[in-house]
Design a protein around this ligand. Structure first.
Ligand SMILES: [Zn+2]
Length: 375
């Protein structure tokens, strides 16, 4: 995966010249530029002629079936009904499709034909999503997950393992409660440790929510690097209430929101889970979730996964090691959110060799599973 040099250059640009463990973000690179660079970098990666091999050989139902095999991990007791995962009280009002995301920038080299094939029937009942949170940044601001440094990633080994997700916004951007709850902490982390050390998340707010995880644990959300907190300990908040404003307090190299989901122990840096499996996707968008293993089923670390449709190309990275907690339902080791529903070619290329290649249909408004077993 280190062969993906252009991407690493982008990562290094984003991270700046920092050598200390940190929440890296250069304020000088707006996400749009990063996305364009990524897109350009992506076009430099040789791929195995996805188009020619794709159209004639893809009966949709045949290709989709294998992607839904992890039923063993989806135990009946935690399978919510569709309404339970998206009731008006728990999720934001259906949000307009449109907030721009980096990946929606057209890939100039995309050559997949625009012909539309009806997708296979949606077997949604097999998916045990637990989207209970809204985005902690409002529509109209940058409320997508920064793709160069996702949950569980290291930005190609340049940074310490990331146990949350980042949303890069200017100082002063309002930070919103992801769901109803009670503020259990608000203020500086100089004396109370939430990160790998004190004075790490700066001004931080932690909320305990009124629901539990699929495995029965209390659910907390953490909002770090705030310019200031606008709530106080013990306060009850409603979903969407302003908690504070984006800043760069603590160890941060530019203003951004660091957002975490923690289960069981609000004060443990090792209690985190992947927020992308908790934040409801935009209407028409979905989340790719999966597991990268070798032929024997052993999890593989830091693998770069290319995800390409006729409209966009993006990259996901498998978790950096076994200290990164997977979701109790999915047992995943990578996710990629904010994908418009579409056919995607998912591939892993190493040193010019195609180690995995499959096309799937990614369903809207929920997660779609893929097992990425490398040859
Ligand atoms: Zn972060």
């Amino acid at each position: 995966m280190r062969a993906f040099v252009p991407f690493l250059l982008v990562v290094i640009m984003l991270a700046g010249c920092q050598t200390t463990p940190a929440e890296p973000f250069s304020a000088t690179l707006p996400p749009t530029n990063a996305a364009i660079s990524l897109s350009q970098a992506a076009t430099a990666v040789p791929t195995a002629n996805p188009i020619a091999s794709r159209t004639p050989t893809l009966p949709p139902t045949a290709t989709f079936t294998p992607t839904l095999t992890p039923t063993a991990t989806l135990t009946p007791t935690i399978t919510p009904t569709p309404t339970a995962t998206f009731t008006p009280t728990e999720s934001p009002t259906p949000i307009p499709i449109a907030s721009p995301t980096p990946g929606q920038i057209a890939d100039p080299n995309a050559t997949l034909p625009p012909t539309w094939t009806p997708p296979p029937a949606d077997p949604a009942s097999q998916i045990a999503d637990h989207y209970r949170l809204r985005r902690p940044i409002a529509d109209g601001a940058a409320n997508w997950v920064a793709r160069t440094y996702p949950y569980g990633g290291t930005s190609g080994g340049a940074l310490q393992i990331h146990l949350g997700v980042d949303m890069v916004n200017p100082r002063g951007t309002p930070i919103l409660a992801a769901a109803d709850g009670v503020v259990i902490y608000a203020g500086s982390d100089a004396a109370t440790q939430f990160g790998p050390s004190t004075n790490y998340y700066g001004n931080v707010v932690v909320i305990q929510h009124g629901f539990t995880s699929p495995d029965g644990q209390p659910v907390f959300t953490l909002y770090g690097h705030m310019q200031r907190a606008d709530v106080s300990q013990g306060q009850t908040v409603k979903q969407g209430d302003q908690l504070g404003m984006v800043g760069d307090s603590g160890v941060a190299f530019g203003p951004h929101l660091h957002f975490e989901v923690r289960l069981g122990d609000a004060y443990s840096y090792r209690a985190t889970r992947n927020p992308e499996l908790w934040i409801f996707p935009y209407q028409g968008f979905g989340t790719l979730v999966g597991r990268v293993t070798d032929a024997a089923g052993t999890r593989l670390y830091d693998v770069t996964i290319q995800v390409k449709s006729a409209r966009l190309t993006r990259y996901a990275f498998s978790y950096a090691d076994d200290t990164v907690n997977p979701d109790s339902v999915f047992q995943e080791n990578f996710t990629l959110g904010d994908l418009p529903a579409d056919y995607y070619e998912v591939s892993v290329n190493e040193n010019g060799r195609v180690r995995f290649l499959r096309t799937l249909y990614l369903y809207p408004n929920r997660s779609t599973w893929i097992d990425v077993q490398l040859k």
